[in-house]
Design a protein around this ligand. Structure first.
Ligand SMILES: Cc1cc2nc3c(=O)[nH]c(=O)nc-3n(C[C@H](O)[C@H](O)[C@H](O)COP(=O)(O)O)c2cc1C
Ligand code: SF4
Length: 464
């Protein structure tokens, strides 16, 4: 396999000029503007008013109870997110059923726990009310719940992979083998559809403004899009139409039953997963030794157009498979313990996100709204690159993941002060990912250390 040779470096910019110089040295089409007003503009999707162009991405805390209900730590996270002042809070990955849980501590919404689950909406609202009282310029965020079946990465207790097709390298990096779990049959898939329906019904009932039918990071629905090698199935093969049939059937069902001007069916979608053909989505369809594989957005663009025709108006775009190569899905300074540094500068990873998002945005109808990803590595300079992208119409809203763990008030800092406090920013050390991989609760070990450092230390000791 040929690896593109580039040098990884850590973030070390003492000024905007130093960052600009590095961008020039790497010959990247990235731009910073000091005026962040574009991020403060409101936006309307149907009847839903989004007060600014900032979003908190879904960030799983792995801290639910055995039945999937939120705990004190979950409520605390959403209280902190509510204090941000962002226009959209995209709630973390929530399992649609016990078999599809990514870990035994993942949130899961059901009839029995729906009232307890509602607390995480109320917590964010409480913090938002306070913010409005204190500053008077924020309104309530819109709140989207991410619904997921973890597919190959299901770990309801011990690992039980449920795959669309077999592809050993993916199992190998996750330390599971082909004899673990199963390949789902077409009728298994059709049954899973009913769980999406039940979860969406409950999410609407308890007050979310929409649900995300999750199609990213190589969980089950995302894997279905690359099911080129799935034989003897209505839902796989060479044709785009068969590989997207199952997903479209779910989305059509959700839209027809639940979508309204006040409740969105939307999706966090991978537009490129960085896995070589014939196992990758959004990649060139030829066998090649180039890694990461060359993107080809033809099918992702077609899919966004098709889903828009069905009734999806909002997409949160992302890339990569964090289990296979987390440098693609979250550019970092430090990888998780034991993982390799990528052969590229993290700025090239940031550029990959931004550039692919621009290409999508310029190829779809303007009434489809797009949220971008990949900004946290830029720390205190992220608002200036984000503001440029929004001001140019390259993206409608910018989302932050790890930044929200580290510095949940980033939204109010941008809106009120036009800047982020460098001492509060995420330093992309991957310790939150490490906590998750070790099977404990997760959050920011660095900036929220009084809560998460003990878990990190405890687990470190266990491993020693
Ligand atoms: C600890 C952790 C938990 C995450 N949980 C989710 C999740 O529940 N759903 C999801 O789509 N992405 C999840 N992500 C990915 C982030 O939403 C985001 O795409 C990624 O961190 C890159 O954005 P950033 O550079 O702003 O952090 C998670 C990432 C981390 C580090
Ligand atoms: S532990 Fe904190 S600083 Fe480190 S990557 Fe996670 S959010 Fe960022």
């Amino acid at each position: 396999m040929i690896i593109l040779e580039q040098k990884h470096e850590n973030f070390r910019f003492k000024s905007m000029d130093q960052l600009k110089q590095k961008i020039d040295d790497l010959n990247l089409d990235l731009h910073l503007i000091p005026n962040v007003d574009s991020l403060k503009q409101p936006l309307k999707i149907r009847n839903l008013s989004i007060s600014n162009r900032l979003c908190i991405h879904p960030m799983e805390g792995c801290d639910a109870t055995a039945d999937g209900s939120p705990t004190i730590l979950t409520k605390r996270r959403y209280h902190r997110f509510g204090s941000s002042g962002v226009g959209i809070i995209w709630y973390e990955s929530t399992a649609i059923n016990p078999q599809g849980r990514s870990n035994p501590f993942q949130l899961m919404l059901n009839e029995e726990n729906k009232n307890a689950f509602q607390d995480i909406i109320k917590e964010a609202e409480k913090a938002e009310d306070q913010l409005n009282k204190d500053n008077g310029i924020f309104t309530k965020s819109i709140k989207i719940l991410q619904l997921n079946h973890s597919g190959r990465y299901s770990r309801p207790g011990k690992k039980f992979p449920q795959r669309m097709y077999s592809y050993e390298p993916l199992d190998k990096v996750y330390h599971q083998t082909l004899s673990d779990g199963k390949i789902l049959t077409d009728s298994d898939l059709e049954e899973i559809e009913t769980f999406f329906r039940e979860s969406t019904k409950l999410a609407k009932e308890i007050g979310f403004d929409g649900v995300d039918i999750k199609i990213c990071h190589r969980y089950l629905l995302n894997e279905s899009l690359s099911a080129f090698t799935r034989g003897d199935s209505k839902y796989g093969g060479d044709l785009y139409s068969t590989r997207t049939r199952w997903l479209k059937s779910i989305i059509k069902d959700m839209v027809s039953q639940f979508s309204s001007n006040n409740f969105l069916i939307c999706s966090r979608m991978n537009i490129y997963d960085g896995i070589p053909y014939p196992y990758g989505w959004g990649v060139e369809s030829q066998i090649s030794d180039i890694y990461p594989p060359v993107p080809n957005l033809t099918e992702p663009i077609q899919l966004i157009k098709d889903l828009h025709d069905i009734g999806v108006d909002l997409f949160n775009l992302t890339i990569g498979n964090p289990y296979f190569d987390s440098s693609i899905s979250r550019p970092f300074d430090q990888p998780v313990q034991g993982a390799k540094l990528p052969n590229e500068h993290p700025l090239q990873g940031v550029f990959r996100f931004i550039n692919l998002t621009r290409k999508i945005k310029s190829s779809i109808p303007s009434d489809v709204k797009i949220i971008g990803t990949g900004y946290s590595w830029l720390r205190e300079y992220s608002p200036y690159i984000a503001a440029y992208e929004v001001s140019q119409g390259n993206v409608d809203i910018v989302g932050f993941g790890r930044m929200a763990f580290a510095n949940p008030e980033f939204g109010q800092q941008i809106i009120l002060n036009n800047r982020l406090d460098p001492k509060k920013c995420c330093i992309t050390c991957s310790k939150c990912t490490e906590l998750m991989r070790k099977g404990t609760v997760t959050g920011c070990v660095i900036r929220d250390s009084h809560i998460y450092q003990p878990y990190f230390k405890g687990k470190q000791r266990e491993n020693n």
